[in-house]
Design a protein around this ligand. Structure first.
Ligand code: CA2
Length: 145
């Protein structure tokens, strides 16, 4: 079982700014913990973060024929990117959308997702634990949990 974790723009700043909204943990610490959680369930997890939409699109393309599932925190691209939506639908790999914050408790423009209606599920608002919950949901969907 091979899975891919994607993080979008500005998530590389985790642990450095806005701890009130996004917590104290760094992205590296979240990725490491999730790799271990995936491994404990018999899955290998690759992690990729980019601030560039096209780089995320290309990483999704590369997952074709390799990854059975994708976890994605697309950051602000969640609310704007038809390109990411098309890429995810194009490779037809099941994906879970996740967010650290509860996007529905924030500004109106964060309430819309261009990914959610095609996701296996959405996890939002649990801080770093959103990643673990999303992993569990994805593994369950794939029959591995
Ligand atoms: O809550 C989430 O996970 C978001 O995907 C985070 C995005 C935001 O645009 C989405 O609406 C919700 C923003 C990520 C910014 O990350 C930062 C982390 C630390 C300091 C500053 C920004």
């Amino acid at each position: 079982m091979h899975l891919l974790l994607l993080n979008g723009p500005n998530l590389n700043l985790l642990g450095q700014r806005e701890p009130g909204i996004y917590g104290n943990g760094t992205l590296a610490s979240i990725e490491e913990r999730l790799r271990q959680e995936a491994k404990a369930e018999g899955a290998e997890l690759d992690c990729f973060q980019s601030n560039f939409e096209g780089a995320l699109v290309e990483r999704i393309h590369q997952a074709m024929g390799l990854s059975q599932g994708i976890l994605i925190n697309a950051g602000a691209y969640t609310h704007t990117s038809i390109a990411l939506r098309d890429a995810l639908l194009g490779v037809a790999i099941p994906f879970v959308e996740l967010h650290l914050s509860n996007t529905h408790a924030r500004e109106n423009f964060r309430h819309r997702s261009l990914l959610a209606d095609r996701a296996v599920g959405v996890v939002s608002g649990f801080g770093p634990m959103s990643y673990s919950l999303a992993l569990q949901g994805l593994l369950h969907h794939l029959g591995q949990f």
